[in-house]
Design a protein. Structure first.
Length: 169
């Protein structure tokens, strides 16, 4: 009998049919929840816009259906709220994926960006850009923070590979 000390090295057993169905329901439920929240994010704001108007604006811009009668609602929905909701969904997805990647790389379900030094590296890159004057450009501070985070992560991975590897708890 083989004993595994790593949580990710468990032997793979076939997934029962009921578990597959349950997993599919969870994904469908999550997708439906994201869709409902996105629609609410477009509807609710300083100006509440009815669902029918949102459908007309989206139909006009996406499918080329007849134009909306109120150009103010068109501008609020298409130029402000839809990009904001899409950015929120994309950023949330990206954060979830990076969390999973960090946990998979360090082989620890408690691993996060603070523990392994990604956040301090990003802070160092942003401060360096501000002090050295690179923050004057449009994306200078953000690019420097991203570079600092990547450098910190690469350094941690290099140190871990050089030694005995990640501690597995």
């Amino acid at each position: 009998m083989t004993v595994h000390t790593d949580a990710f090295a468990r032997p793979h057993a076939p997934i029962p049919r009921t578990a597959r169905r349950s997993r599919g329901r969870v994904w469908r439920g999550a997708a439906a929840a994201v869709l409902v929240i996105a629609i609410l994010g477009v509807m609710i704001g300083s100006v509440t816009i009815p669902l029918e108007t949102i459908g007309q604006v989206m139909g006009a811009h996406v499918f080329g259906s007849p134009a909306v009668t109120d150009p103010v609602h068109d501008q609020i929905i298409w130029d402000v709220r839809v990009p904001r909701v899409l950015a929120g969904v994309l950023v949330g997805t990206a954060l979830a994926v990076t969390g999973v990647v960090i946990q998979a790389v360090v082989r620890n379900p408690l691993g996060d960006h603070y523990v392994i030094g990604v956040t301090p590296g990003a802070s160092l890159g942003a401060v360096a850009a501000i002090v050295l004057g690179a923050g004057l450009s449009r994306f200078g501070v953000a690019a420097a923070a991203f570079a600092g985070a990547l450098a910190a992560f690469a350094g941690i991975v290099a140190l871990a590979r050089r030694g005995r590897g990640w501690h597995r708890t």
